[in-house]
Design a protein around this ligand. Structure first.
Ligand SMILES: *Cc1c(COP(=O)(O)O)cnc(C)c1O
Length: 437
């Protein structure tokens, strides 16, 4: 399997080279040349599969230069936690993707990416630097995923004062091969600085640089697997939730990486009933899906802050997938947006009706699922643990959520970040002068 670019000016590239490059050389995002189909027998036997065995099947369909046994090792090492499907109401299920070390779904992709890169670096003996811009969850998942991975140095750029204290604790206290850069600006400034570094020839001649943002294929490919795993568990539920083959899936969305993985799973043969993108007030992507009009704008801050994205990068992949044909896209994907006050109401309602505390991102998804009248079963991808957002939960429920051990560990560690201005020259100086990995 080779990969081409959404911008159309990159020759077919093997997975390994696409992964090491991050962004395609023409500035586009790497996409598979075609979407591989999984065998019908595999779909039929889903209820007998495990998340790991599904992961190997999916990864092998895209990655042909890592043997299946090595992929199985990578996955066993990366996915050391459960991804349960939990029934919330008669028709709404949660796929809990947040039981990894940083308690958000990004662990699933970031941990696979780290180990896959490490596999390739081990083959070549070359070193690499990862630069990643984050509004919170990506940075902590990437920092934890790469901690102590040999031959890798990570720079995490995050906007000063704009990530939650817990998120900062998780990414700025690790030290070792993880450098936290606290940027006096916004998330968009951080993203701009990383993109500029990736295209800077002077930096490229000093060190091999790539990124780990949701544009990375190394995060996208493993995320496809949990859609199959959701259906596997859904079919095992007893009594079966409905006599349909597959549920509707609602995906709380920011950069649309999670949704793109669902669309790929669907096209590989999973045949979901449909997919729905759920966004907060940052609805440029949702508006595109509803109307075909795309107007990127500056992000506004909401309670679901990991979805505060004004210009979702993976929209380019979705458009390419459907050949820029809006009616075809709309046959498979719908979109809906949820305000901050409706998010708070949903956290409260879900707690009162079901006794379950959900985080603000998941609440955006559940609110959209609830608005689907009719009896079709809905799976919401639950993207974060509520304890990561104690202020929002307290506002909704008037009481705190107990901290899980992962967060308690982070609380005791001292911050080790470097403050820099929102100025590319400052970042470049660090990349050119600090010691190489
Ligand atoms: C990143 C994130 C999202 C958005 O995922 P995308 O793939 O960027 O659409 C949703 N919820 C949480 C908790 C996240 O960390």
């Amino acid at each position: 399997m080779n990969f081409v670019s959404t911008s159309g000016r990159t020759p077919p590239t093997p997975f390994r080279d696409a992964l090491l490059a991050g962004l395609a050389p023409d500035g586009g995002l790497f996409i598979p040349e075609h979407i591989p189909r999984v065998p019908a027998a595999f779909i039929g036997a889903l209820p007998e599969q495990t998340l790991q065995s599904i992961g190997v099947e999916i990864a092998a369909a895209f990655i042909d230069d890592i043997p299946r046994t090595a992929l199985a090792h990578i996955l066993a090492d990366a996915w050391t936690f459960d991804v349960p499907l939990v029934r919330l109401t008669d028709t709404i299920f949660l796929l809990e993707l947040f039981h990894g070390p940083t308690l958000a779904f990004k662990d699933i992709g970031a941990r696979f990416l780290a180990r896959t890169l490490s596999h390739y670096l081990g083959e070549t003996g070359r070193d690499i630097t990862i630069a990643v811009a984050t509004s919170g969850d990506t940075g902590s998942a990437v920092a934890h995923g790469f901690l102590d991975v040999p031959h890798v140095v990570v720079y995490v750029l995050y906007p000063s004062g704009k990530v939650s204290p817990l998120q900062e604790q998780q990414m700025a206290t690790l030290g070792r091969n993880i450098h936290a850069l606290e940027v006096e600006g916004t998330f968009d400034d951080c993203q701009r600085m990383v993109k500029r570094a990736l295209g800077d020839g002077e930096v490229a001649s000093a060190r091999r640089l790539t990124t780990a943002n949701s544009i990375s294929l190394g995060r996208l490919v493993p995320q496809i697997a949990y859609y199959f795993w959701a259906v596997a568990q859904w079919r095992r539920t007893s009594p079966p939730p409905a006599d349909t083959d597959a549920p509707v899936v609602v995906v709380p969305s920011g950069n649309f990486g999670n949704l793109t993985a669902g669309v790929y799973a669907d096209a590989m043969g999973l045949r979901l009933a449909s997919l729905i993108a759920a966004t907060n007030a940052n609805d440029a992507g949702a508006e595109y899906i509803r109307t075909g009009r795309f107007a990127p704008r500056n992000a506004v801050q909401t309670y679901a802050n990991a979805m505060d994205v004004g210009n979702p990068s993976n929209l380019a992949r979705l458009r390419a997938h459907f050949g820029d044909n809006l009616p075809r896209l709309q046959q498979r994907i719908a979109a809906s947006s949820v305000s901050d006050s409706a998010t708070i109401d949903e956290i409260r309602l879900t707690y009162e009706q079901c006794g379950t505390v959900i985080d603000p991102h998941t609440a955006v998804g559940v609110a959209v699922a609830r608005a689907q009248h009719g009896k079709a079963p809905v799976v919401v991808t639950a993207t974060a643990h509520p304890a990561k957002f104690p202020e929002v939960i307290e506002r909704a429920l008037g009481r705190p959520v107990p901290l899980p051990p992962e967060l308690r560990d982070a609380e005791g560690r001292a911050k080790q970040s470097t403050i820099i201005p929102a100025d590319y020259a400052a970042f470049k100086r660090i990349l050119l002068t600090s010691s190489r990995p």
